[in-house]
Design a protein around this ligand. Sequence first.
Ligand code: SAM
Length: 206
Amino acid sequence: MWYDSKHVEIKTPKEGYNFIADEYGKHHNHLDSFDRWFFLRFLPRNLDNINIIDLWAWDWRIWKFFKDKPIKKYTACDISEKLLKRHPWTNKVEKVICDLEKKLPFEKEIYDVVLSFFVLEHVENLELLFQEVYKILKSWWQRIIWHFLQRREFLRKKDKEIFKIRLYNHRLQDIEKIAKNNNFIVDSFPITEKNTTIWYIISLRK
Ligand SMILES: C[S@@+](CC[C@H](N)C(=O)[O-])C[C@H]1O[C@@H](n2cnc3c(N)ncnc32)[C@H](O)[C@@H]1O
């Protein structure tokens, strides 16, 4: 078990997100208020028959943007089995439990779009992750969207327990460098609130 300097317990993402899985809906409106306007404009215009993978899918927050679109398949991938259980299943949805600190259990070049929102900061080994994402993406027109940044762990509370979920404070320039070293074309877009940049959308194209 890990603790911070004030003796607050720091849970791993798997422990932490499993623990709060039943509170999932609480954050949707807040997160949606940002996504709705930004991430859609980075997607290809034509979503007909495309294969999407959501690395760190959480519950169904992102799926709801795609559920009525003519996509071919949506793969929801997450380390928390309790969160994935809450993700809706249809014949277009595939759910896969996976740890993004390890090699991904997918074939080469099968996805058109890879999404990852509010999650890069939970992963220590970005080098491996970017290599793996490069492998599973199809060549040329496809792009990936990363959604970012969080500097400190939130203090969370549940059942009288106070804890944090482990974060790594990756700098934008390091992420861009790792992406470029792994052959991606990188575009970063700062998102500001009250004149302060609070995160970036990072679009990576293969
Ligand atoms: C803040 S949530 C974001 C969820 C979703 N992308 C969204 O924007 O609504 C972070 C998610 O990352 C998952 N996660 C964290 N570390 C992971 C890892 N190493 N492998 C796979 N999933 C992980 C958690 O279980 C959780 O569902």
